[in-house]
Design a protein around this ligand. Structure first.
Ligand SMILES: Nc1ncnc2c1ncn2[C@@H]1O[C@H](COP(=O)(O)OP(=O)(O)OP(=O)(O)O)[C@@H](O)[C@H]1O
Ligand SMILES: O=P(O)(O)OC[C@H]1O[C@H](OP(=O)(O)OP(=O)(O)O)[C@H](O)[C@@H]1O
Length: 230
C-alpha cells in the first residue's frame, strides 16, 4: 500500500486535490465527508491520509506516509536534516510564500544582514539585552543567522501568531516570518532586508526516503503523473 498525505484543510487543500485529479488520481473519501481517509478511484493500492500541512511534514519525516503535499517551509522547519529523510520530488506552483527577515522601516541604516550583524553586536552595550527575534521558524532562523551569517548574539522569542505585531508591541525587535503579498509587513511598518529571504517556499510533492521504495515502479509512476499534471 502507498499512503499519500494530502491537506485536509487550509490554503493548500483545493489545489492539492486538483493536481492529483489532473494526474489521473481522482480522490474519493472513504465513509462520510468528514472522514480523514480517502482512496484513489481505480487504484486499490493507494490510500489517502487527510492531515494538516504541518502534520504532513511530520508524518513524512517519520515515514508513516510515503508521499505528501506540503510547503517546503514546513519541511525545512519541521525536520532536522530534511534532505536525508525526504526528497522534494515536484514543486507544484501554488502556495508560494517567502520566509524573510524583516526589521522596522525606521531602521534606516539597516538594509542587509551584515548591517543587522553590526546592530546585534552592540545591541547589549546599547540596550542592556540581546537583539530579540520573534518567529515560529526556530530552525530556519538559527541556520540563517548563526550558520550562514555568523550572527550569534540574538535571542528568539517564540511567536505563534501575529508575529508582525511583535516589534510594535515591544515583544521583539525584528521578525522572521512568511510573506506572500507583503501587505501584512507593510501594515506593520516592517521592511525585508535586501538579502533577508531565507527560503522561497511553495507547495511540493514530497517523498519519505524509505528503502522499500527502491525498485517499486509505483513510486516513479506517482511522481511522473503529478509532474505531467502541472
Ligand atoms: N500568506 C501565507 N501565509 C501563511 N502561509 C502561507 C501563505 N501563503 C502560502 N502559505 C503556505 O501555506 C502553508 C501553511 O498552510 P496552512 O496555514 O493551511 O497550514 P496548516 O498547517 O493547516 O495551518 P495550521 O495548522 O496553522 O492551521 C505553509 O507551507 C506556507 O508556506
Ligand atoms: O504577505 P501577506 O500576503 O500579507 O501574508 C502574510 C501573512 O499571512 C499569514 O497569516 P494568515 O493571516 O493567513 O494566518 P495564519 O498565520 O494563521 O496562516 C502569515 O502568517 C502572515 O502573517
Amino acid at each position: 500500500m502507498i499512503t499519500i498525505g494530502l491537506p485536509s484543510k487550509g490554503r493548500m487543500k483545493d489545489d492539492a486535490s486538483a493536481i492529483f485529479e489532473r494526474a489521473g488520481m481522482k480522490i474519493v473519501a472513504v465513509g462520510n465527508d468528514r472522514s480523514y481517509r480517502g482512496r484513489v478511484e481505480g487504484a486499490d493500492d493507494i490510500e489517502i491520509a487527510f492531515l494538516s500541512a504541518s502534520e504532513i511534514s511530520r508524518e513524512i519525516g517519520a515515514g508513516t506516509v510515503d508521499f505528501g503535499v506540503t510547503g517546503e517551509d514546513l519541511i525545512r522547519e519541521g525536520l532536522a536534516e530534511a534532505d536525508k529523510r525526504v526528497e522534494v520530488c515536484v514543486r507544484l506552483g501554488f502556495g508560494h510564500a517567502d520566509v524573510v527577515v524583516a526589521v522596522p522601516e525606521i531602521w534606516l541604516d539597516v538594509d542587509t544582514m551584515a548591517d543587522l550583524g553590526d546592530v546585534a553586536a552592540d545591541f547589549r552595550a546599547r540596550h542592556g539585552r540581546r537583539l530579540a527575534i520573534a518567529t515560529k521558524y526556530w530552525r530556519l532562523t538559527q541556520q540563517f543567522f548563526s550558520s550562514q551569517h555568523g550572527i550569534q548574539l540574538y535571542r528568539i522569542v517564540e511567536s505563534l501568531g501575529a508575529t508582525e505585531g511583535a516589534p510594535a508591541a515591544g515583544q521583539a525587535d525584528i521578525i522572521v516570518d512568511i510573506t506572500s503579498t507583503g501587505s501584512t509587513l507593510k501594515a506593520n511598518h516592517l521592511k525585508i532586508l535586501s538579502d533577508g529571504v531565507i527560503l522561497r517556499s511553495e507547495a511540493c510533492l514530497v517523498r519519505a526516503r524509505k528503502p522499500e521504495h527502491e525498485g517499486d515502479p509505483r513510486i516513479a509512476e506517482v511522481i511522473a503523473a503529478v509532474r505531467k499534471a502541472l
